[in-house]
Design a protein around this ligand. Structure first.
Ligand code: CA
Length: 225
């Protein structure tokens, strides 16, 4: 059973969602504005948040951004707009998935299930991974180099974690996609390269000549020994 927080100002939609989530055996909490949603996200520590984009008091993007500061709880964004740009924006700020309104309840419940399953396979216990002067505190979602915190987005963090726990082992793009992104249909292998580049810009002294995240030509990537 998971605790699921629904932040949605359309009361009828929120109630229908909550009803269906409870039918699946989960606990559902409903909050009708962004500010109250942020407070509930902090006080209730839900296992998953369903977050509407357009909300009174504080919009969904801001809620997502602020929740992400101290939590890696999975977030599914809801929006009435279907433009690709919104999709990108939603994922850039750290949402895990994206559902466009109107949606079918069957689809929504499937997304919830997939997101919960993915988050359970991630490491949750206290664990610190070290590689030279780089340190990753998995539970606190912190990465530091020489004691200075590096600001990583959730997917960059997860990508680095996967590379670190497989240190010195070459991982191809398909494997990285499966381990970091799961089965999102709109993600392709190019996404891996984009995130590798962003990660290097944040953790490499010289991103053009990396010493941590190495390219193994024709095979994939590995974290240096
Ligand atoms: Ca709304």
């Amino acid at each position: 059973m998971a605790k699921i927080l629904i932040i949605e100002d359309e009361a009828k939609l929120a109630d229908t969602l909550a009803y269906n989530i409870r039918e699946e055996g989960h606990e559902a909490l409903v909050v009708l504005d962004g500010l109250a949603g942020l407070e509930k996200a902090r006080s209730e520590s839900p296992n998953l948040i369903i977050l509407d984009l357009m909300l009174p008091k504080m919009d969904g993007l801001e809620v997502c951004r602020l929740v992400r500061r101290d939590s890696d709880v999975p977030i599914i964004m809801l929006t009435a707009k279907s433009r690709e740009l919104d999709k990108v924006v939603g994922l850039e700020i750290g949402a895990d998935d994206y559902v466009t309104k109107p949606f079918s309840m069957v689809e929504m419940l499937a997304r919830i299930k997939a997101t919960l399953r993915r988050s359970r396979t991630q490491v949750r216990q206290t664990e610190v991974i070290r590689a030279g002067d780089l340190e990753m505190d998995v539970a606190r979602h912190l990465v530091s180099i020489n004691g200075s915190i590096v600001d990583l987005r959730p997917k960059e963090f997860e990508l680095l974690r996967v590379l670190l726990v497989n240190k010195a082992r070459v991982l191809n793009r398909t494997t990285l996609l499966q381990l970091v992104w799961g089965e999102d249909e709109y993600i392709d292998a190019g996404t891996v390269d984009v995130h590798i580049r962003r990660l290097r810009e944040k953790i490499e002294a010289d991103p053009g000549n990396p010493s941590r995240v190495l390219t193994v030509r024709g095979l994939g990537y590995k974290y240096a020994e």
